[in-house]
Design a protein around this ligand. Structure first.
Ligand code: PLP
Length: 369
């Protein structure tokens, strides 16, 4: 299909991804950087993202779901990355996990039993998730202790990785960070031969203590600041742009858009952009969000609708229909736009709509031998 001149476009800059990967490596010390590419690489495209990261030297990846692991295995074939599945081994998953050579991050004793049963016919690798205070996934420390006391429950499992996940890493002074670190050290000490992993993006910046053998960054690879605010050391990977469809004058006292949610106090100019919540700009991003064009930011006005956004153009007599407006990118900052919408960079990235036309910059060449 030919490009539609009025559609929103998403450019995924894989050179920026590579630069962020290199930066995180420089911060991770001796720990391996194992990218998290769950949810279609945070909405940016599993295969192109993973292939470029492989080209940059990444050899270990994390996904959330079994099917994501199968897709990743396929996308990186014939190379042989280690792929961990954070959902672990839910009922019915064991044979498919084994068939695709995926390593489940075992989250509970029933999961452990299911994988150990599959491993009774062959030796299978496994990772263990220890819950150290988040109360989401993972074995409780007392379950780990019970397991260590009865090692045959592990059967033929080869536990090569013990991991946990931080609940408050983006708040460095939060006391739960230290408490989780101590609980993790204790639990992990039961597995002297396994590698250890605790830190996500934000955890990398909590200090060397938190890095262990492997770190698992997601959001900061994709340009989100580790502290939930823009970090100039990271580059924007996703650029979302939309053209101006129409520039219109509004008189003082007139309202703009659905619900008449914005009233112009003075005569002004409004740009109507060809993007809306169907393209992934959240309805909650107005008021508060902005577009960037001509070297300036311009606040959104009134409600964001499915296909359209109204944006203030006062003071910009030169702007005209067809001009591109950045909605996310190097100037329209991901963390700021997310905060304006009452959410986090993660959610904004994964909501970039299927309608936005995608272009990749810096794709790794990939041939199947
Ligand atoms: C999503 C996830 C990560 C990555 O977190 P970021 O904050 O995106 O760096 C790491 N570990 C686990 C267990 C996760 O679920």
């Amino acid at each position: 299909m030919l490009p539609d001149p009025s559609e929103a476009r998403l450019t995924v800059d894989l050179d920026a991804l590579a630069a962020n990967h290199a930066f995180l490596k420089s911060q991770a010390g001796a720990a391996e950087v194992a990218p998290v590419v769950k949810a279609d690489a945070y909405g940016l495209g599993l295969a192109p993202v993973a292939r470029r990261l492989w080209a940059e030297g990444a050899r270990t990846f994390f996904v959330a779901r079994l099917a994501e692991g199968e897709r990743l295995r396929e996308a990186l074939s014939p190379e042989a990355p280690t792929i961990y599945v954070l959902d672990g081994c839910p009922p019915g998953a064991a044979e498919r996990l084994a068939a695709a050579d995926l390593v489940p991050v075992l989250n509970s004793l029933p999961q452990l039993e299911a994988w150990a049963t599959a491993a009774s016919r062959r030796r299978l690798p496994a990772a263990l998730h220890v819950d150290t205070g988040m109360n989401r996934l993972g074995l409780r420390p007392e379950e780990v202790a019970a397991l260590v006391a009865a090692p045959d429950r592990l059967g033929g499992l080869d536990v090569g990785l013990v991991m946990s996940h931080l609940a408050c890493a983006e708040v460095p002074e939060h006391p739960l960070n230290r408490a989780q670190l101590e609980a993790f050290r204790k639990a992990a000490a039961h597995f002297p031969h396994a590698r250890k992993s605790l830190a996500n993006s934000a955890g990398i910046f909590l200090g060397e203590d938190y890095r262990f053998d492997m770190v698992r960054p997601g959001i900061s690879l994709y340009g989100g600041g580790p502290l939930g605010r823009p970090d100039s050391r990271l580059r924007a990977v996703a650029t979302l742009e939309a053209p101006i469809l129409q520039v219109r004058a509004v008189g003082s006292g007139e309202t703009v858009g659905y619900g008449a949610a914005y009233t112009a106090e003075t005569p002004g100019r409004i740009a109507v952009l060809a993007a809306g919540y169907a393209d992934g700009v959240l309805r909650s991003q107005s008021p508060g969000g902005y577009g960037w064009t001509g070297g300036m930011s311009h606040p959104f006005r009134g409600r964001i609708s499915m296909d359209l956004i109204a944006m203030d153009l006062s003071g910009r007599p030169d702007a005209k229909a067809g001009d591109l407006v950045e909605l996310l990118g190097a100037d329209a900052l991901l963390d700021e736009q997310a905060a304006a919408g009452g959410t986090v960079a993660y959610e904004l990235l994964v909501r970039i709509g299927a309608r936005a036309r995608r272009t990749y910059v810096g794709e790794a060449s990939w041939t199947r031998r």
